[in-house]
Design a protein around this ligand. Structure first.
Ligand code: NDP
Length: 332
C-alpha cells in the first residue's frame, strides 16, 4: 500500500522534500470495518491549507501522517454490513492506494448513474460548495449580476452554471483564452475576463456597468480587490477561497486576514454611518456621559494653517502622520 505522507511543512509551493513515500502491507479489515481500493483522489486547493500548522476549520495534517484527501474507490474486503465487498464509495481516504475505514463520512455511490469521478465533482464537495456558497451564502436573487473568480475551475464553473440556471447574468474571471472561451461558449456564461491579459477592474466596468450583486471569490488577492471596487448596494461577497495567497511566502498585498471570514463563517458586509442618522442624538448622549466620567478620551491632532494646506494635510492620513482625529485649523 503506497502512501504519501507529509514529511515537513512547506514554505511556499510544496516542493518534493515536503513529502515522504512509504509502503505498508494492504490492511485487513477489523470487525466493523472495511478496506477500500482507492481509484480516484480529489485534488483540492484546500490541501495546501491543511499542510500548514495552526488553527483553521479542520486540524492540520500532522507531519508524518498520510496526506488527507477525498477519494473514491471500491470496497475490496469488508466486515461491515453497510459497506459490502464490491460497493463503490467516496470518503476521506487519504493519499494512498488502500484505506481502512469504519464508514464514518463514507458514502455509497452508484457508478451506473454517473461516472465515479462525478461523485468527487458536481455531486461531491465541489458541487456542494458551489450550491450552498451561491444560493445560501450568496442569497442569489433573480435577475442579479454574479461575478465568479476561478471561473473555469471546479467550484467556479459550477457556480457560474447554477447562477445561469437561476436567471442571473454571469461573468467569469479565469486565466487564459481557452478557459475564457470554454465558460462562455460551452457553459453559457455571459462574459469572461482573462485576468492574465486584461485589467480586471476595467473589464468588470465594461461587463457589469451597473455593478455586482454577488461576488463569489475563489482567488482572493488583487482580483478580490478589483471585484470589491465594483460592488452594488446590498451585494454579497462570498469568500470561498483565496488560492492566489495559499503559497505566498511574503505577505500579499491587500487584505489577508479576511480568510478569517471563511474559518468563522462570517459575512463580509459594509455599512454607512449616515444610515444611522436617526440614532445620532441617542449615541451622543451616551458618548458624552462616558467622556464626562473619564471613561472615554478624545484626542485631536490639530494642524494649523490655511485652506491652501488642505491637500497636503489630507495626505497625512495616507502617510499615517496623524494621531487621533486629524483636524486642520484655519488661521489662528
Ligand atoms: P479549481 O478547480 O478552481 O483550481 C484552482 C484554480 O485556481 C486554477 O485552475 C487556476 O485557474 C486558479 N488559480 C491558481 N492560482 C491562481 C492565482 N494566483 N490567481 C488566480 N487564480 C489562480 O479549484 P477548486 O474549484 O477546487 O477550488 C476553488 C476555490 O474554492 C479554492 O480557493 C478552494 O480553496 C475553495 N474551496 C472552498 C471551500 C469552502 O468550503 N469554502 C470548499 C472547496 C473549495 P486559472 O487558470 O483561472 O488561474
Amino acid at each position: 500500500n503506497h502512501q504519501v505522507r507529509l514529511a515537513a511543512r512547506p514554505e511556499g509551493l510544496p516542493t518534493p522534500e515536503v513529502w515522504e513515500h512509504t509502503t505498508e502491507p494492504v490492511p485487513e479489515p477489523a470487525d466493523g470495518r472495511f478496506v477500500v481500493r482507492i481509484t480516484h483522489l480529489s485534488l483540492d486547493p484546500a490541501m495546501r491549507g491543511w499542510m500548514n500548522a495552526g488553527r483553521s476549520y479542520v486540524p492540520p495534517v500532522g507531519v508524518g501522517e498520510v496526506m488527507r484527501a477525498l477519494g473514491a474507490g471500491q470496497v475490496v474486503a469488508s466486515r461491515h454490513p453497510d459497506f459490502p465487498e464490491g460497493a463503490y464509495v467516496t470518503g476521506i481516504f487519504g493519499v494512498q492506494e488502500y484505506a481502512e475505514s469504519d464508514g464514518g463520512g463514507v458514502t455509497v455511490v452508484d457508478p451506473s448513474v454517473v461516472p465515479l469521478p462525478t461523485y468527487l465533482a458536481v455531486l461531491g464537495m465541489t458541487g456542494m460548495t458551489a450550491y450552498f456558497g451561491l444560493l445560501d451564502v450568496g442569497a442569489l436573487r433573480d435577475g442579479e449580476t454574479v461575478v465568479v473568480s476561478g471561473a473555469a475551475g471546479a467550484v467556479g464553473s459550477v457556480v457560474g452554471q447554477l447562477a445561469k440556471l437561476k436567471g442571473a447574468r454571469v461573468i467569469g474571471i479565469a486565466g487564459g483564452a481557452e478557459k475564457c472561451a470554454w465558460i462562455v461558449d460551452e457553459l453559457g456564461f455571459d462574459a469572461a475576463i482573462d485576468y492574465r491579459t486584461e485589467n480586471v477592474g476595467k473589464a468588470l466596468r465594461t461587463h457589469a456597468p451597473d455593478g455586482v450583486d454577488v461576488y463569489f471569490d475563489n482567488v482572493g488577492g488583487e482580483i478580490l480587490d478589483a471585484a470589491l471596487a465594483r460592488l452594488r448596494l446590498g451585494a454579497r461577497v462570498v469568500i470561498c477561497g483565496a488560492i492566489s495567497t495559499y503559497n505566498a511566502t511574503e505577505r500579499p498585498a491587500g487584505p489577508v486576514n479576511y480568510m478569517s471570514l471563511l474559518v468563522n463563517r462570517a459575512r463580509m458586509e459594509g455599512f454607512v454611518v449616515f444610515d444611522y442618522a436617526d440614532r445620532y442624538a441617542d449615541a451622543a448622549v451616551e458618548l458624552g456621559g462616558w467622556l464626562r466620567e473619564g471613561r472615554l478620551r478624545s484626542r485631536e491632532d490639530v494642524v494649523r494653517g490655511g485652506v491652501a494646506d488642505f491637500p497636503d494635510t489630507l495626505l497625512r492620513l495616507f502617510r499615517g502622520e496623524n494621531t487621533g482625529k486629524l483636524i486642520l485649523q484655519i488661521g489662528e
